[in-house]
Design a binder for this molecule. Structure first.
Ligand code: ARG
Length: 463
């Protein structure tokens, strides 16, 4: 192990175990590009503000670019005994440039450096996750277009409730995911509004640095307003953690439905063989492991969010080493959300929809009972009375083992004069689905509007 940068203050080398305990390089090494990008902006600013000679700044930038190229190509390996990525890159620069490399850290601290690096790193991840959610929405919309006439049963309390279409169901998930995209954009906007670089350790600096320059060079709206906040703010990690937890929650709810739908009890869908798994003992099994794992990983991503919130809740200003724990949590949330999206999308794209079984399920369970009550109400009976009459009619049908459509007209008429032959059309499964034309409803023309509007929103996000 090489001597520590702070060796001047200490009379002993740090204990091996403490060094390993303290180290974050095993997980912050993934931010090396962002660290170098931040250092280049900082070095440029130091030169322009005459804090170091312009020539020195140019040499330092060249040195940093060389390190970046060598890390990218694999010519240079990250030294895992370094404390963190910031220390490693600075040490490597000094190895290459000698005393010149030691000038880079003028008017800077690892505290503002790490606050910057995480933002730059997460910005890239947000862009990628957003792309994936857009792709998922596009898949859902394409599938919905094919199923605007596919009647299925809508449920409440997992009990058959009222008729909808499969497209209507899919477009509900699309709405959830569109909100997710919006949250990601919002999160990115706030994260990139205030650049922490130049906050230094906590109290700014006596050097005449140009924080507006570095902020602009790194793609921020401007520098953060308060240096203490600059180094101690991790709200953006929490915000992204929330956005990811919600994405996972949506995937998990969808997964739960897929799990039910591919059971023999439902058989609304059949997963492609490439996206299902078998059993080691039961030859007949075809299991929806992917969706179960997504449901499981949702707990883990929620856990990451709780880790972040708990890490922050008792921290005094400004930087505290506890904050090093932010990275594993948010990286885990990011990695797993991406992994789940990347697996869920092709699984969805390849699954077979069994429309017949959806229709069969919809034709049992009296999901046209509301339509029967509405029929009477439209003919003048107060809704509550119609509701009660239909309820006892359903109970009677259950005891006889028939459906509402099997009740003879005389029996209907014996219950109310308002019943006529047109009752059979009113409670016909297909017609009572197609007539649900209220805005946002399942009728094909309404779902088409939902599809068109969602497409417009997606186009905006793609741009
Ligand atoms: N590895 C540290 C982290 O991730 C970098 C900042 C260290 N700052 C310090 N004063 N020890 O938070």
């Amino acid at each position: 192990m090489s001597a520590k940068m702070w060796a001047g203050r200490f009379s002993k080398e740090v204990d091996e175990g403490v060094n390993a305990f303290n180290s974050s390089i095993s997980f912050d090494c993934r931010m090396y590009r962002q660290d170098i990008r931040g250092s280049i902006a900082h070095a440029t600013m130091l030169g322009q503000c005459n804090i170091i000679p312009l020539e020195d700044s140019k040499e330092i930038i060249k040195g940093l670019e060389g390190i970046l190229a060598d890390l990218d190509s694999g010519a240079l390996e990250i030294d895992m005994s370094a404390e963190d990525i910031h220390m490693f890159i600075e040490a490597e620069l000094t190895k290459r440039l000698g005393a010149l490399g030691k000038k880079l850290h003028t008017s800077r601290s690892r505290n503002d450096q790490v606050a910057l690096d995480i933002r730059l790193y997460l910005e890239q991840e947000i862009i990628e996750i957003k792309e994936l959610v857009i792709t998922l929405c596009t898949s859902l919309i394409e599938m919905a277009k094919k199923h605007t006439q596919t009647v299925m049963c809508g449920y409440t309390h997992l009990q058959r409730a009222q008729p909808i279409t499969f497209a209507h169901h899919l477009m509900a998930y699309t709405q959830m995911l569109l909100r997710d995209i919006d949250r990601l954009c919002d999160c990115r906007k706030r994260m990139m509004s205030a650049c922490p670089l130049g906050s230094c350790a906590l109290a700014g600096t006596t050097y005449e640095i140009d924080r507006h320059f570095t902020a602009a060079a790194l793609g921020f709206d401007g520098p953060c307003e308060n240096s203490l906040d600059g180094v101690s703010d991790r709200d953006f990690c929490v915000e992204l953690g929330c956005a990811l937890s919600l994405i996972m929650t949506h995937l998990s709810r969808f997964s739960e439905e897929v799990i039910m739908w591919c059971s023999w009890e439902f058989k609304f869908i059949e997963l492609d063989d490439a996206f299902a798994t078998g059993s080691s003992i039961m030859p007949q099994k075809k299991n929806p492991d992917i969706t179960e794992l997504i449901r499981g990983k949702t707990g883990r991503v929620n856990g990451d969010l709780v880790t972040l919130l708990t890490m922050l809740k008792g921290l005094p200003l400004a930087y505290n080493k506890d904050m090093q724990e932010d990275k594993e949590a948010i990286f885990d949330a990011v990695d797993n959300t991406k992994l789940c999206l990347k697996t869920f999308i092709p699984m969805l794209d390849t699954m077979r929809v069994i429309a017949d079984n959806m229709k069969k399920a919809a034709s049992r369970g009296f999901i046209n009972a509301t339509d029967c009550a509405d029929y009477l109400t439209k003919k003048g009976m107060p809704f509550r009375e119609a509701y009660k009459l239909t309820g006892s009619l359903v109970a009677d049908c259950i005891s006889k083992g028939i459906g509402l459509e099997d009740v003879p007209l005389e029996d209907y008429k014996s219950l109310s004069d308002l019943f006529d032959n047109d009752i059979y059309d009113a409670i016909d499964l297909s017609s009572c689905t197609m007539k649900r034309k209220s805005y946002g409803g399942p009728a094909p023309e309404c779902v088409k509007v939902q599809i068109e509007d969602a497409c417009k929103i997606l186009e905006k996000y793609k741009a």
